[in-house]
Design a protein around this ligand. Sequence first.
Ligand SMILES: C[S@@+](CC[C@H](N)C(=O)[O-])C[C@H]1O[C@@H](n2cnc3c(N)ncnc32)[C@H](O)[C@@H]1O
Ligand SMILES: [Mg+2]
Length: 246
Amino acid sequence: MTATTINDAEVAKFTAMAEEWWNPNGKFKPIHKFNPVRLAYIREHALAHFGRDGSLLRPLEGLTILDVGCGGGLLCEPLSRLGATVTGIDAAERNIAIARLHAEQSGVAVDYHATTSEALAAEGKTFDIVLNMEVVEHVDNVPLYMKSCADLVKPGGLMLTATLNRTARAYALAIVGAEYVLGWLPRGTHDWKKFLTPDEIKTLLKRNGLKVTGETGVVYHPLADEWRKSRDMGVNYMVMAERPAA
Ligand SMILES: C[S@@+](CC[C@H](N)C(=O)[O-])C[C@H]1O[C@@H](n2cnc3c(N)ncnc32)[C@H](O)[C@@H]1O
Ligand SMILES: [Mg+2]
């Protein structure tokens, strides 16, 4: 049997929620709220890394982006609007169907496929930027997942990872708080044991030939009802890495 990163129960869970992706007040409300800060992070680092002029209408023109575990395409669409050539993949076929329909209705070009990072890496595909946003805590075989995501990064390219830290605070906020007290997320969305610390993520990136070049925490500000970057990586965080040019 070939090794897979697919956890059937996780993929079934996301399949069951697929109709909700583009509802800003639905089950993915936290991701909608979270989207501006991570889009800004991706945009800022893509511009800096590839020497692009942010004042242009489509500053990412000519760059290829792969969004692994793209869900309904909440990142794919705005990145395509910024000019990038975007491919979105997800293990849940239903997500891909919803993402395709929405992109079509919005008049945005995104190349969507129901597949996995390991399948795409086996084909030898590579991209300027690989996004790994809120997925690693939902997969099986994390080493294979991180290796295949890293293999998909071109020499000189970037990989951005966002996930949840395995701390007591993340348990209190992301699981007890978000799922049970506030009801922001359906109960059972996250399994604390599957969370990875920034050091574990960085070790996996380095092991697969990437150089870690940045990291930030992301924290919710209740009064502003807004997520912002922070030095505090204790709950939500993002890590940036690059594959040295060949
Ligand atoms: C929390 S959602 C994040 C969606 C998207 N990246 C975002 O942040 O808007 C996790 C996504 O990963 C997908 N997924 C789970 N396991 C996967 C795997 N092994 N390979 C690819 N996608 C997977 C799920 O179907 C789901 O759409
Ligand atoms: Mg998650």
